[in-house]
Ligand binder design. Structure first.
Ligand SMILES: [Zn+2]
Length: 383
């Protein structure tokens, strides 16, 4: 069987096993992945993270002296969006593409990684150090799978995350902060507006300021094309159609770049609120930070990236362009443990979490080839 047919077959199998998170229920897919690894000669175990989540962890030369390289991919998917025109759990091949839930995000990456390990074993290359395959649960939830993996396995040096990057090397991703802000007024009969204080109007002042602020971010490009962004993503106000609303609430979704500090980002929003308060002594509000996930950027002296760069040039015969992922991913969790990490995978991120998700089959095989060359770079040729 050609490498392409093998990888395509693996992906098709994985797409056919639903692993929608929540609840995840990755046990079934985790067992199947362990089976696939066994078939190609990789020792693995299924780690039960919780009642609803399970990881598959595979090893080549577990615990051997030398560098430890992790290939990481998640087994769960988001729920199916409406209006799919292809069956989401079939792995249908049409032309150059395979369609299916998770085809890009990121069962495709997992299939390419398994394909790469198969190539490595068939090449009979003698590896120094160890290779760890970390196929995890709950990436689309609270990252329980990767947290469990990182707390269970130690002394890991390098990691590559197989999120869909369109075969680009990703060296940073944005963080996310979310804020819940309420404005407070005074209820009154809507037939006599002067009787009350309209909390929606108070919020309107804030939203106008936020929109102005958001415009400045789109001009503010960092290295790797990362820019901050701000969206008011939810609003709720009023209790009845004939009552002046006494309360209005919004959620702000703020994407942060690696050079922004969380406390500064929070300070910026608090600053806007303070300015409005100064001008309007009837402006009453509450403020709460509900989410805070750090942005990430590869270390400046990253050896992993150097290996990744070399492997890229061997694979694609050109220099890679380093980019930002846009979305967040688990690279930050690996980096927080001191593991030298970058992101590379088949499929496009715009395609993830969207209807008719697909991956170009050609990208699957190229990614597998790349992972194979990277493993060789880190564990075979580095001497
Ligand atoms: Zn993903």
């Amino acid at each position: 069987m050609s490498d392409e047919a093998y990888i395509r077959g693996v992906l098709q199998e994985l797409v056919k096993i639903p692993s929608i998170n929540p609840p995840g229920n990755e046990n079934v897919i985790a067992e199947r992945v362990a089976g696939l690894l066994k078939e190609i000669g990789v020792v693995s175990r299924v780690d039960h993270v919780s009642k609803t989540h399970a990881n598959t962890v595979g090893f080549l030369n577990e615990g051997n002296a030398g560098p430890a390289l992790v290939l990481n991919g998640h087994l769960d998917t988001v729920p199916v969006k409406e209006d799919w025109t292809h069956p989401p759990f079939a792995g249908e091949v049409v032309g150059t593409r395979m369609y299916g839930l998770g085809a890009a995000d990121m069962k495709g990456g997992v299939a390419s990684m398994i394909g790469a390990v198969k190539m490595l074993l068939e090449s009979k290359a003698k590896i120094e150090g160890s290779l760890i395959l970390s196929f995890v649960a709950d990436e689309e939830g609270g990252n329980a799978g990767t947290r469990h993996f990182l707390n269970t396995y130690r002394n890991l040096d390098y990691a590559v995350i197989g999120e869909p990057t369109g075969l680009n090397i990703v060296v940073s991703h944005r963080g996310v902060m979310r804020f819940r802000i309420s404005t407070f007024g005074r209820a009154g009969h809507a037939s006599n507006p002067s009787q009350g204080t309209n909390a929606i109007y108070k919020m309107n002042t804030l939203i106008s300021r936020l929109m102005k602020q958001a415009e400045t971010y789109s001009m503010d490009r960092r290295d790797y094309s990362a820019s901050p962004s701000l969206s008011v993503s939810m609003i709720h106000g009023g209790t009845a159609e004939n009552i002046i609303p006494a309360r209005c609430e919004i959620i702000i979704d703020r994407r942060t770049t690696y050079d922004e500090k969380m406390k500064d980002v929070e300070g910026e929003i608090r600053g806007l609120l303070g300015q409005i308060e100064k001008k309007d002594d009837e402006f009453k509000y509450s403020f709460e930070t509900t989410t805070a996930v750090e942005a990430w950027k590869v270390k400046d002296d990253s050896l992993c990236l150097r290996y990744g760069d070399q492997a890229y040039q061997t694979c694609f015969h050109e220099k890679p362009e380093f980019t930002d992922l846009g979305a967040t991913c688990e690279a930050a969790l690996f980096a927080a443990k001191g593991i030298d990490t970058f992101v590379f995978g088949p499929g496009n991120i715009e395609n993830a979490h969207a209807k008719d998700e697909y991956v170009e089959i050609d990208q699957l095989t190229k990614a597998a080839q790349y992972y194979y060359l990277l493993i060789k770079q880190v564990l075979v040729d580095h001497r």
